[in-house]
Design a protein around this ligand. Sequence first.
Ligand code: AMP
Ligand code: MG
Length: 387
Amino acid sequence: CRCSRHLQEKSIPTIRVRAEAVKNIKNAAAETRKAMKTIVAKVDLRQASSAEVIQTAAKILQEGGLVAFPTETVYGLGGNGLDSAACEKIYLAKGRPSDNPLILHISEIEELDRIVAEVSPQAKALMDAFWPGPLTMIFKKKDIVPAKATGGLDTVAVRFPNHPVARAIIRAAGLPIAAPSANSSGKPSPTRASHVEYDLNGKIDMIVDGGAAEWGLESTIVDVSGTVPMILRPGAVTKEMMEQVIGPVEIDPAILHKPTADFKPKAPGMKYTHYSPKAEVFLVKGEQTAVAERINALAAAERAAGKKVGVMATEETKTLYHADIILSLGSRAKPEEIGANLFKTLRKFDFLGVDVVYSEVFSEKGEGMAIMNRLNKAAGYRVLEAE
Ligand code: AMP
Ligand code: MG
């Protein structure tokens, strides 16, 4: 029968099949995206085989793909910084809020001219003193830098890293490389290729494993686009170090406090407090013995309630505690050791399934400011006083 009712009935299954087919194709595409194969390649520049790894990484970047690579601060997730689509992929892979701009990485000072509209004498002096190195500077941008890379701002953040692998990849790609930290947004920054793999495996094209990042905390950010340079994020290059070169440097007051609606940091990314492991982190402040007593009392109460408790201690204090897991950040006499181990240790607590972490605090002097800034963020600014 070919009457309209029967025709309609007959056609229904066909339509259903089509609808399912569309759904299947969508699912398959989503599965493929989810299951993107990530190449993980070890690199040692002393070996000839490294040339192939660097060339592969550069080619992926030139073709709009994403490559994670080591720098002297933390691992970066690189993409072509002049290509909006590549920048968009970075935001997607990290789950990063789109108002949080990216830092463009260069491998020669001459490349700055291509992306930056204006370099002040102070910026020039800082460059001469600290580049290549763990210092990011904010400049007025040129039109070639897409709004996607800068979160719509008319300024651009630029760094010239000192890590030989980062430099080799950027040079081979021949592009400014946008490279935020290679972690899932909200997690501690990665200081090992294994951290990147844990967060981003299957979401990016390649991870270049060049061993542990030396500093372990992200770069200092200084805004040199105005009259007085201002630190927007503390890092290995300290206020004191910059002041020796150019005189007074300000610090964005908002970076030392919990961001609120009327007290917003100038670096958009600094307003996000979740920087943290799955565990709840609390900082305990005070004299050493009092801190240990307070932490032990808190730990005992949490353990009695069935929680797994971790303590973030130091070489000098680690024997003072009673908890499920006690990890040392290093020696209090070596802040650079504490900084290098901070993110790795926060990740380890997660790995060990810890529910609550109590941490000691450190001096905010010199590089201590960078350590306390990250620690405060990891703890969501929860600080307890030990009497
Ligand atoms: P990450 O690359 O993950 O270390 O994050 C980059 C940091 O640089 C974030 O805190 C951003 O908000 C900050 N940043 C990048 N570009 C700018 C800019 N043009 N002005 C101010 N802060 C910026
Ligand atoms: Mg980051």
